[in-house]
Design a protein around this ligand. Structure first.
Ligand code: ADP
Length: 412
């Protein structure tokens, strides 16, 4: 092929020019010469066979030898290098060949440059994506480590706080007893109730912190037992009656299909889930409001809905509230309380509810038209609880299977 011979003849001129341009201002002529010889020879191979893929190996080598600075930069150094090489080739051809053969030779080389531009951009992009993914993974790992040490610190702090709290609680009860024996004055009764309420609240917060660290570290263990959702709500109706009375609120439980069916779950933990959501409903609903529990049976799940006529939740916050330590609005304005309107809490209740439901294989989410303290559009929390007719805990399953067999025999 005539053009190919012309290209081979231009090799020494091309190499001199490329060394000059690419190693401009430095003493690296000799360092880059072998690399330039290689690329020129590959260009000849590609032009000879009509297959630009001959250039692939060297392009891959360039992309894999990119330095950290290259990968962190926003510009594309390799694309610039290909541009320089194509310009050098064009200049050498134009300066040394008549117009017609120059055009033919450039036509022969064009597919090589097109291929090189496309491949190098792709490879450089891939190298950058891999580098950034590694960086992100490293950041993620250090954040996870930080989160674990925060969670460990919370667990240790909570356990350490529990010991003195038990002492305060014990001594406060003894003091109360001795004061009652000596005749308790109304002022003393108020003061002693204050201490007892304070320690009870502190115990709840510490227990929440311990639960949170159990959930964070996947250490929450469930004690699967037969349970009935209506019985859990009966317990809570009694427990919350004083708080509801204080806030002039009504709690209604609708007997939805499935509410009185037996399922296996951890009754203590599910009670805690319903309690946390109901306390929030009381707290974020103005005096005189209504809280309504309903539900339905879906294939494989009970769906319990807890609906309130409270201040509602903005769409942007409907996911955030299930993260730990989240309290919406200007929390410095709210006094800490379990039942006062908009009373502050540690921001753990919903994260714990989510952790407990997820370890059961369930889920929790909220729907609300939005946040409005005047119009009070309300919120509806949806809680999915798997229907389990057999305990996932093998020992429990065996125990209940033998009890069921016994009952069947007695009935026969
Ligand atoms: P805490 O009640 O301790 O603040 P939670 O995790 O239980 O923490 O709730 C997080 C936040 O979600 C609350 O501070 C409140 O801003 C918002 N929230 C929860 N339940 C409701 C509700 N029923 N109506 C409006 N906002 C709610």
């Amino acid at each position: 092929m005539q053009e190919l011979d012309l290209l081979i003849n231009l090799r020494p001129l091309w190499l001199d020019r490329a060394c000059q341009v690419l190693a401009r201002g430095s003493n690296t002529h000799e360092d880059i010469r072998p690399m330039l010889e290689r690329i020129f020879d590959l260009m000849i191979q590609a032009a000879n066979t009509g297959d630009p893929a001959w250039l692939d190996t060297i392009l891959t080598e360039w992309a894999t030898s990119l330095t950290q600075t290259d990968l962190e930069g926003s510009s594309s150094n390799l694309t610039r290098l290909i541009k320089e090489i194509s310009l050098i080739t064009y200049t050498v051809i134009r300066q040394n060949l008549p117009e017609r053969p120059a055009l033919d030779l450039m036509g022969l080389l064009m597919p090589c440059f097109g291929f090189a531009f496309e491949r190098i951009a792709e490879k450089e992009m891939q190298a950058k994506v891999t580098y950034l993914t590694d960086q992100l993974n490293q950041v993620k790992q250090s954040l996870e480590k930080l989160d674990r040490s925060k969670s460990d610190f919370i667990a240790v702090a909570a356990h350490e706080l529990k010991t003195p709290l038990t002492l305060i609680d014990g001594y406060a009860s003894m003091l109360r007893e001795s004061m009652e024996q000596a005749g308790l004055s109304p002022t003393q009764a108020v003061l002693s109730d204050g201490i007892q309420n304070g320690t009870r609240r502190l115990r709840m917060i510490i227990d929440d912190m311990i639960d949170m660290s159990l959930i964070d570290n996947n250490l929450l263990s469930l004690n699967f037992q037969p349970l009935w959702i209506n019985r859990l709500f009966s317990v809570l109706v009694d427990e919350l009656s004083n708080s509801l009375q204080d806030r002039h609120q009504q709690l209604e439980i609708h007997p939805f299909p499935g509410i009185s069916e037996m399922t296996f779950g951890d009754p203590e933990r599910l009670l805690q889930v319903f309690r946390n959501v109901l306390y929030n409903a009381i707290k974020f609903t103005p005096d005189g409001g209504r809280i309504y529990v309903d539900g339905r049976k879906l294939p494989g799940f009970f769906e319990v809905t807890i609906c309130d006529t409270g201040i509602g939740i903005a769409p942007d916050d409907s996911q955030v509230i299930f993260e730990k330590f989240v309290r919406l609005g200007n929390t410095s304005l709210h006094s800490s309380s379990k039942i006062k309107f908009k009373g502050g809490g540690p921001g753990l209740g919903l994260r714990i509810a989510k952790g407990i439901l997820e370890s059961h294989g369930g889920a929790i989410w909220v729907e609300s038209p939005g946040y409005d303290e005047k119009l009070c559009p309300g919120s509806t929390f949806h809680l999915l609880i798997p229907v389990r007719t057999v305990s996932p805990d093998a020992r429990m399953a065996r125990l209940f299977a033998s009890m069921a067999n016994q009952t069947k025999k007695e009935e026969a």
